[in-house]
Design a protein around this ligand. Structure first.
Ligand SMILES: [Zn+2]
Length: 318
């Protein structure tokens, strides 16, 4: 009998944990799950909450994996900086502190990378050894699994596809760089652009539907489906530049599949996968292009990926 492990997705607003059967597949591998709000009282309050959640799922866990926002030092499992977590504005030795509390091995990874590992190994990427997972949300996150293993890289930079240069000298990205992919397809960037165009005199349902509130994924979907010219212009350009970035990944490391998830990715569903597949057919080299799939694990991708991280820790995953 295989022994279950616990995967934890530590987010800025909630902590989600799952007890995972290593022999299970997809969402069927989740034996039990639990969530709690993320405390805002500093490092100890957050670690207390993670410990309590893990013990609810498994009073004596054998291994725990955790995905956190921010920059994770692969060799040590320290979280160097995670502005979305209270008290994580300086390095926190998450691996060691949780191992002391839980009495079992703990593996720590960046949340985007960990969710990519989840989709690659337990979700839409099952059957492929080489998978790029792309999360279209507020920004653009991605993770790369090569030969079945999460690629971190010497600087932890692998999968930072949101900062791929797709337009030299182009729009300014949230990171300060120019012409980065995220400046063309991240929801925050798209909203800023739509509001700029509106202020310059272009009428658009994007602003009419959103009003003064946040321009949510469903607003982009409604305006796009209604044929709103600004929504079409912005998103079609964004999807095309996403395909440019994916083609460049494909000819660099050769991938079998691209998995698309995230709030905007899920909203657009078949539309984004069809657009991407079509652009890849046009742009791909030598008639070879990766398969394109929608993410299938939803909110469970992070916890399932964290569980995989724990299982595979012995294989030197960061
Ligand atoms: Zn950038």
């Amino acid at each position: 009998m295989t022994v279950p492990v616990v995967g934890v997705d530590l987010g800025g607003t909630k902590i989600f944990g799952a007890l995972v059967d290593p022999a299970g597949t997809g969402l069927g591998a989740v034996l039990e799950d639990a969530k709690s709000p993320t405390p805002t009282g500093g490092v100890d309050s957050i670690l207390d909450a993670v410990e309590a959640l893990v013990r609810r799922l498994d009073p004596a866990p054998t291994a725990v994996g955790i995905g956190t926002p921010g920059v994770v030092e692969p060799a040590t499992g320290r979280v160097l900086l995670a502005p979305n977590l209270s008290g994580f504005d300086r390095p926190v030795d998450v691996r060691r502190l949780l191992e002391e509390r839980l009495g079992c091995p703990v593996s720590v990874g960046n949340d985007v990378n960990v969710a990519a590992l989840g989709e690659a190994r337990a979700g839409a990427g099952v059957g492929y050894d080489d998978v790029l997972a792309v999360w279209l949300g507020t920004g653009l996150g991605a993770g790369l699994v090569l030969d079945g293993r999460l690629r971190i890289g010497p600087h932890g930079l692998a999968g930072e596809l949101g900062h791929a240069v797709v337009m030299p000298g182009g729009r300014r990205c949230g990171c300060g760089g120019l012409g980065h992919l995220e400046a063309y397809i991240g929801r925050r960037a798209l909203e800023a652009l739509a509001r700029e165009l509106h202020a310059a005199g272009r009428s658009t349902q994007l602003v009419e539907l959103a009003g003064d509130g946040p321009m949510k994924s469903k607003v982009f979907q409604a305006a796009y489906e209604a044929g709103d010219p600004v929504a079409r212009e912005l998103l079609d350009e964004g999807f095309l530049l996403l395909a440019v970035a994916v083609v460049n990944v494909a000819v660099t490391v050769d991938i079998g599949a691209v998995v698309v998830g995230g709030g905007l990715g899920e909203r657009f569903g078949d539309l984004v996968t069809e657009q991407l597949a079509s652009a890849l057919r046009t742009l791909g080299h030598a008639g070879i292009e990766p398969d394109v799939h929608k993410a299938v694990l939803g909110d469970h991708a992070g916890a399932l990926g964290a569980a995989r991280l724990a299982l595979e820790a012995g294989r030197d995953l960061g």
